[in-house]
Design a protein around this ligand. Structure first.
Ligand code: GLC
Length: 580
């Protein structure tokens, strides 16, 4: 980050290209859909794109070290093309000590050797484009790694120095400065401040970290920080990426004076209140300037905010016409399995984004939350899977863009019985540092277990060798959930996703546009019925079948429905798509 960039990103990537042995074929029949590289003229492609999240370390391991890598992603792109998605979002693969799965970046312009090198990133972007897939990369602007050259320089520098001004250093409170500068808590549990040591070994100032101590927060009032991130964005845009998922997009600006909050358990307030460290109005200026930068490139490059805002209205501010293109809709993700609650979350989300002319995004799972197959399983895993399949059809029928988290197309559940000694999530460890479990709720390793591709023995095609390693152990029984096992089985979750995404592409009423709720006999108690041009989607959220008039010709169903004359019996927790 400190070094001057003398060559373009792509030239740097080519220079770094190593010679590689050819890899064995995967043996999977993943014939891609007809490929058409993204065209710069596809304006607004993101308004209804289906975007697939690749958690790089758990997607595909090409070199057998047990950790997924960029070459692994490239080799498996045909799976994504066949699934029919429009774009891929890659979680951070930058040089990092991996204190928080790569969300602690030590060099924003380098690929961590765990994941490959710049030539792999370049090859991946080009291969994706050849298959008609766009590529979005993660950018982590709220904090760096504590091993970033800027932070090591700051630690070595004097209080009040320019090197320290890039972060938030403050003297402690109390007579001897032994108390943190304010009462802010880390999202991962414990105080949001860590005390430094002076060169002579005496205790020094404190620094702010809203996440782990290895993730010091940057000071966005410092012009150097602003300039550096502009340059980093350009580096990846020059390499050809189609946009950025902006990590903690609501966190870069802190309230002036860093005021106390006044009470504990602040993590519970995230997404429920404007806090002095989250969702401050000042962040919008940064997003506006990034939008100008994105617009200066061809090809409709996008910015997607990971922003936890207290209301749909405040979230919509991030996607005003001169700001970012999308913001993850976590209100939908958090919605319980209840028809009335879902309907009101959908209405609120659509209303708020429509007020600023932006599309809504829908997301059910990601690398930070318990997989929805398990979240929905109040009574049994079967119930969870039934609901997850139905929720996928609801989500793909809604207006706007959809995010799919790797493995949800396989119906993967959360792995809930990982032994403590294999866990790596810093939130898990920090939850035990204070009085009881004050950290982020739910530990995040269980949704990050490497996904199964083929074969009968772990790592199920995740790595190149049967019996080889995987950084988190996969459960017995995942052979039946692999891409290979589900391919061609019309009742499988994978084939359901493939059919749904293909239909969504074909039916003109789906994707971007409008929707209306149907009421009366078309939507009995517990059933959500939404109509779009030439199309109806009915979701039975109840635990028993519902009989109702068939609204049209059935085209897809998350479970077998029964038809008699003009009526239909929709099974428990089932979603049906209709052409009308
Ligand atoms: C975001 C990421 C999460 C990470 C955190 C800190 O919430 O999704 O995985 O731990 O930011 O960077």
């Amino acid at each position: 980050m400190t070094q001057e960039l003398t060559t373009s990103a792509r030239a740097a990537a080519r220079a770094a290209a190593p010679a590689r042995a050819p890899q064995p074929s995967t043996g999977l029949d993943d014939s891609p859909r007809p490929a058409r590289p993204p065209e710069p003229t596809d304006a607004g492609w993101w308004r209804d794109a289906v975007i697939y999240q690749v958690y790089v370390r758990s997607f595909a391991d090409s070199d057998g070290d047990g950790v997924g890598d960029l070459r692994g992603v490239r080799e498996r792109l045909p799976h994504l093309a066949r699934l029919g998605v429009d774009a891929v979002w890659l979680t951070p693969f930058y040089a990092s000590p991996q204190a928080d799965g790569g969300y602690d970046v030590a060099d924003y312009r380098a690929v961590d050797p765990l994941f490959g090198d710049l030539s792999d990133a370049d090859a991946l972007v080009r291969a994706a484009h050849r298959l008609g897939l766009r590529v979005i990369v993660d950018i982590v602007p709220n904090h760096t790694s504590d091993r970033h050259p800027w932070f090591t320089a700051a630690l070595a520098a004097e209080p009040g120095s320019a090197a320290r001004a890039r972060y938030h250093f403050r003297p402690g409170r109390g007579g001897d400065g032994a108390l943190p500068p304010n009462d802010w808590e880390s999202v991962f549990g414990g105080p949001a401040w860590t005390r430094t040591e002076n060169p002579d070994g005496t205790p020094g100032d404190w620094y702010l970290h809203l996440f782990a101590p290895e993730q010091p927060d940057l000071n966005w009032d410092c012009p150097e920080v602003v300039e550096e991130f502009d340059s980093v964005l350009r580096f990846w845009l020059d390499l050809g990426v189609d946009g950025f998922r902006i990590d903690v997009a609501h966190g870069m600006v802190k309230a002036a004076g860093l005021p106390d909050i006044g009470h504990k358990e602040q993590a519970k307030l995230i997404g429920a209140q404007v806090l002095p460290f989250f969702d401050q109005d000042g962040v919008h200026e940064i997003h506006r300037s990034w939008r100008r930068l994105l617009d200066s490139y061809d090809g409709d490059r996008i910015g997607v905010a990971e922003a936890w805002a207290p209301s749909a209205e405040r979230l919509a501010l991030y996607v005003r016409p001169d700001e970012l293109h999308q913001a993850f809709n976590f209100h939908f993700l958090r919605c319980p399995w209840d028809a009335a609650a879902m309907r009101s979350v959908i209405d609120e989300s659509l209303g708020a984004t429509a007020s600023v002319g932006a599309p809504t995004t829908w997301v059910l799972s990601n690398h930070d939350v318990v997989r929805h197959t398990t979240r929905y399983a109040e009574e049994s895993p079967e119930q969870g899977l039934r609901r997850a399949r139905a929720a996928a059809l609801l989500m793909l029928a809604l207006p706007g863009s959809t995010y799919i988290y790797q493995g949800e197309e396989l119906g993967l559940p959360e792995v809930v019985d990982l032994p403590d000694e294999v866990r790596q999530d810093p939130a898990f460890f920090r939850s035990f540092t204070e009085d009881g479990q004050s950290g982020q709720d739910g530990f995040r390793d269980g949704c990050r277990v490497p996904i199964p591709w083929s074969g009968s023995e772990a790592p199920y095609g995740f790595g190149p060798v049967a019996g080889g390693p995987s950084w988190l152990p996969q459960p017995d029984g995942w052979a039946a959930l692999s891409v290979e096992a589900q391919t061609g089985d019309p009742s499988s979750t994978l084939e359901l996703y493939r059919s749904a995404i293909a239909l969504r592409r074909r039916l003109p009423g789906l994707g971007d546009g409008t929707m209306a709720w149907l009421d009366g006999p078309a939507a009995p108690e517990g059933v959500l019925a939404l109509s779009r041009p030439g199309f109806v989607c009915t979701l039975n959220t109840l635990g028993h079948p519902v009989e109702m008039p068939a609204p049209g010709r059935p085209v897809l169903s998350s479970a077998p429905a029964e038809f008699e004359g003009r009526s239909v019996r929709i099974p428990a927790d089932c979603c049906v798509w209709w052409a009308i």
